[in-house]
Structure formats: C-alpha cells, structure tokens
Design a binder for this molecule. Structure first.
Ligand code: MRU
Length: 336
C-alpha cells in the first residue's frame, strides 16, 4: 500500500502528489503552516486524507505552542487557519471539530498534544479498516457481470489511508475477476491521469485513460457496466459532493441505465445538512484552468469558472457503499 502520509520518529512526511507521476518524493512537514500550504496546493488531497492531514496539522500546532502560557488561544487560532484551507471535504471539519471538543476539556498542553497524536493515529487506522470494508461491501453489491468500470478523480491510497474508497471497491473487484477500468483524466488538476492511472498500473489492474469529454461515447461504445466514484461530503438526504464531472457521469449512467455508485467512509457523511444545496463548493484559482502544468492554454485574460466539486442528487445514485453497508434510500442515512 502506498502511504499518503507517514508519522515516524515524531516526524510527519507526505508524498507530494503535485509531483506525481513524474517524481515520487516524500516531503517533510515541520509545522502546521507547511501542512496548510500542502492541503491548499493539493500536495495531499482526497477527503479522508485531508481529514488525517488536518489532525496532524493540529498536532504540529500543539507541539509548537505547548510551552506558551496562552497555548489554548494560539491553538484555537491555528485550528481556524487549518479549517480555512479547503471548504468541501467534511472529513477536515469532523477531525478539527472532534479535536476542538478535546481541547475545550484539556487543562494541560502536554497531555493534549499526546491526545491529538493518538487521535490522528486512530483516524489513520479507522480509514484503513474502512477502506477494506468498502471493498468487501462493494464486491457483494456490484453485479458479478460488471467488468468494465468507469471512475473519476483519484480515490485510492493517495486520497485516503489504506486501499481507498472507490478504488478500494475496484481493487476488490479486480481480485475476483478480469476488469478494465476507464479512468477520466479529471480536468483541471488531472488527478485521474496523474494519480489514478499511476495507482492502477502499480496494482497491475487493466486500465485505460480517457479525457473527460469522451465519457458518453465510451460508456456506449465500450459497454461500461457501472460507474464508481468517491465523495467529499454527503448530506443527510444522500446528495453527494465529489470532484467536478461526477454529476455528468451520474446523468450519463442514468441515461444509459447503468448503476452509479458512490464509495465513501461513514466519516464523509455530514448529517447536519439536509441536502446537497447546503454544501460549500470550493472555487479554485482561474490559473488552474488557463494553464496545464505551467503551459498557458487559454487567452491570459479570459474569464473562467473553476468549481472543484459538483453535487450529485441522491436520485441519480444507485447506492452509497460505506464500511457499514450500502445505503439505497435516504431514510436509512437519516437513521444511521
Ligand atoms: O480536489 P481533490 O483531489 O481533493 O478531490 C478529491 C475527490 O474528489 C475524491 O473523489 C474524494 O475526495 C473522495 S476519495 C477518497
């Protein structure tokens, strides 16, 4: 398993995903400010991995401020800065929210620092185990005849800690039968071409890279059997935010009458919001659309839209595969 983030000898390093697949380089994260930069620049990304990175960021801040008389105030400020790094993946806010509760009842900085370290380690363990169970539940759910699978963005070990989310399901299928994965390149930051293709090839899974505009005709012409993607935040009614382009795939799946699944850990549910309309969609810099890896591909002063995520209504989703079960109707999500 590729480790997206490593805690060893009280040091944190992460695999810089902006350099992949050209260079495999672990970079050291000495303080929480460097962690914020890494999250904002997508050196570490993917909802579960962002949650883990946030927890380690808070740990680094706790280490830095533990000898200060106003350590709690400084930490609260650092946590707010971490929370402002990326708005959509709920995993970040789950981790920071739970750690804030622990902070409120902590009297000793040293003890709190250890508590946050334990929290971050447990979160890694949780995501790792959840990914295994998503694979098990996905394998049970998805038809034995499904061999041509489409996905978008990167949902593997890089995006979480463990086998992944949608990619954990795909790996589980690949262990049992010959499948071909069609990976959308995922404009503008190319998580599909740079990261998913890299992971699939390392795992020896038969795969094809396609551009996002090819999806409709590839689904028709290559007889795609089902689509599986991840999610960054799932509302109480099952509406799911994921990488921009996911909604298009769900509409296409509906048109072609093939199943469309979301695979996500329970940590990606945000039951405090009723529908996907309440999800804060990250708007990213226009330069990401006008340039591809440093090369200008559009008029310098053209106007651009760059939402990083879209929301797929639950009515287009066949099922949400988690480590607990496969949710098929919104009532089950409310009650869980
Ligand atoms: O902008 P990113 O690369 O962080 O977006 C990631 C995704 O959209 C994934 O599909 C999502 O986080 C779920 S995968 C674990």
């Amino acid at each position: 398993m590729i480790e997206s983030i490593i805690y060893k000898d009280n040091k944190i390093t992460l695999l810089d995903q902006t350099l992949l697949p050209i260079e495999e380089k672990y970079i050291s994260i000495p303080d929480y400010r460097t962690m914020i930069e890494a999250i904002k620049k997508l050196r570490i990304r993917g909802a579960p991995a962002i949650g883990i990175a946030a927890a380690w960021g808070i740990y680094l801040a706790a280490e830095e401020f533990k000898d200060s008389p106003d350590w709690k105030e400084k930490l609260e400020e650092a946590i707010s800065e971490i929370e402002a790094s990326r708005p959509t993946a709920v995993n970040l806010f789950k981790a920071s929210g739970e750690i804030k509760v622990l902070l409120a009842i902590s009297d000793y900085a040293d003890c709190f620092t250890e508590t946050v370290r334990d929290y971050a380690l447990k979160l890694m363990e949780y995501e790792k185990n959840a990914s295994v169970m998503m694979g098990v539940n996905g394998l049970e759910e998805i038809s034995d005849n499904a061999v041509n699978i489409m996905t978008i963005c990167n949902t593997g070990s890089l995006a979480t800690y463990g086998e992944g989310t949608a990619l954990a399901v795909i790996r589980a299928l690949a262990e049992k039968r010959d499948i071909t994965v069609y990976a959308c390149e995922t404009r503008p930051l190319l998580q599909g071409s740079r990261l998913t293709m890299w992971e699939l090839m390392r795992s020896g899974i038969e795969s094809r890279l396609i551009t996002d505009g090819m999806t409709g005709s590839i689904i028709r012409d290559k007889a795609i059997d089902c689509i599986v993607t991840g999610a960054d935040r799932i509302a109480a009614n099952g509406d799911s935010a994921n990488k921009i382009g996911t909604f298009n795939l769900a509409v296409l799946a509906n048109h072609f009458n093939i199943p469309f699944y979301i695979a996500a850990p329970e940590s990606t549910f945000d039951r405090s919001i009723k529908t996907g309309a309440e999800i804060n969609i990250e708007q990213r810099d226009a330069e990401e659309v006008k340039f591809v890896r440093g090369t200008q591909i559009a008029p310098a002063d053209c106007k651009v839209e760059n939402p990083a995520f879209d929301v797929t209504p639950f009515e287009l989703i066949t099922g949400i595969i988690t480590e607990k079960k496969v949710y098929k109707n919104p009532d089950e999500i409310h009650k869980a």
